[in-house]
Design a protein around this ligand. Structure first.
Ligand SMILES: *Cc1c(COP(=O)(O)O)cnc(C)c1O
Length: 396
């Protein structure tokens, strides 16, 4: 074997060593760009196809759309990180969401989905799914009984995002899994906020764990990608939909995500440490009326129950009669870039208004309340706190 797998090592060690290529004598796997994959004989090609059908751990696929040596290495890395049977790679995080839902649901099915999922997921559920006669039923993420009451004989899938997008509600995930198993309903979770480094959904019993690799997995704001990690139960269904939908992650992007994963543990630990310090500062600021992050109360308890760490994304609720002054707060931040996405090495801030939150019957903002989302990057936390302190003065 020219490539060692290091599967027996601890996760932190594995992330550093996986994919070392002794054949090419490089520390990292090569970027293999290919549509056609060559075989020596017809017999070899046929045998390879049979191995793939039996889900053997092959070195490459038989056509570029399924992937090349580079994406196979990324899949190996992610299988260990997620504790997955297989991990499907998609060109964006959102296509991993669509792949998961479309793989499992068919006309006449119902999907019970938590209020507070990522906005494009909301649009998919309320828009396109309806056209396929798949009904999305929203439940209150703060009320497990509400979820329970919305399960019917037609429920095919419980779709969760935890914590909630922008508003960070924490749910009792174990209860959701028990309910789903009892009723024989599939479960999928968008785990982009924590990543599998801080929480492994498949170990708890979820059928699919979705992550936008655009965020922490790649970690450098220079690539997009998505992952849908699956257990054995749903593997064939997802494989089938993936096969006919034509999703593919490019080998160049796969390479950048592998490079990001080398330092996932270091970055996540530092995001967490910095965010703790920033939250401790923000707690003392009277202009901030609420911090949406699992640092106290019910949210903290539920987070503690399932997660080994927390990432760098949070929201602030600011009370002010002047929206302009809240804009000023954001505009005057020196170290926080203004823009979407997150999970890179750098800090970001964005004002989010109710329209951007979408239809959210279970989350209310008063007229004088404003939501600002912050991503706490890997800068020196002292600089970040000073920057926030200076800029908060603009709020009236
Ligand atoms: C960003 C994000 C996505 C979509 O990922 P893209 O790579 O931008 O397509 C999905 N879910 C969550 C929670 C996200 O933050």
């Amino acid at each position: 074997k020219h490539i060692k797998f290091f599967m027996d090592k601890s996760l932190k060690t594995f992330l550093k060593h996986a994919g070392k290529d002794y054949y090419n004598r490089s520390v990292n796997p090569p970027v293999v760009r290919a549509s056609t994959i060559l075989f020596k004989t017809m017999q070899e090609l046929r045998k390879h196809q049979k191995d793939i059908a039996k889900n053997k751990d092959v070195e490459h696929w038989d056509y570029g759309r399924q992937g090349t040596q580079t994406t196979v290495q990324l899949q190996r890395l992610l299988r260990k990180l997620e504790g997955a049977h297989q991990v499907f790679l998609t060109p964006t995080g959102f296509s991993a969401v669509a792949l998961s839902i479309m793989s499992l649901c068919r006309p006449g099915d119902e999907i019970v989905i938590s209020d507070g999922v990522y906005r494009p997921t909301q649009k998919l559920a309320d828009g396109l799914l309806k056209e396929f006669n798949i009904k999305a039923i929203w439940y209150n993420p703060n009320n497990f009984n509400d979820l329970k009451n919305k399960i019917t004989k037609k429920t095919k899938l419980i779709y969760v995002e935890n914590p909630g997008s922008n508003t960070f509600e924490m749910q009792d995930l174990g209860k959701i899994i028990s309910l789903a198993k009892r009723k024989k309903i599939y479960t999928a979770i968008d785990n982009t906020w924590a990543t599998a480094y801080f929480f492994k959904p498949l170990k708890l019993g979820f059928d699919i764990s979705i992550t936008s690799a655009t965020k922490y997995y790649s970690g450098h704001s220079d690539v997009m990608g998505g992952t849908a990690a699956v257990n054995k139960k749903v593997y064939k269904k997802v494989w089938r939909y993936n096969h006919v939908s034509g999703y593919r992650l490019s080998p160049d992007d796969a390479y950048l995500i592998i490079r990001g994963l080398r330092t996932l543990d270091l970055r996540m630990d530092r995001h967490q440490e910095n965010t703790k310090k920033v939250v401790n500062f923000l707690k003392t600021q009277r202009k901030i009326s609420r911090i949406l992050y699992p640092y106290k109360g019910k949210e903290y308890k539920l987070w503690k129950k399932y997660y080994s760490g927390a990432s760098g994304l949070l929201s602030l609720i600011i009370k002010s009669n002047s929206k302009n002054s809240v804009y000023k707060f954001v505009n005057n931040l020196e170290l926080f870039g203004i823009g979407y996405s997150w999970g890179g090495f750098e800090s970001l801030a964005v004002y989010t208004d109710p329209v951007e939150l979408g239809t959210r019957p279970y989350f209310k903002l008063e007229k004088n309340e404003h939501l600002v989302r912050l991503h706490i990057g890997l800068e020196d936390s002292k600089d970040l706190i000073n920057d926030l302190r200076k800029s908060l003065r603009h709020i009236r």
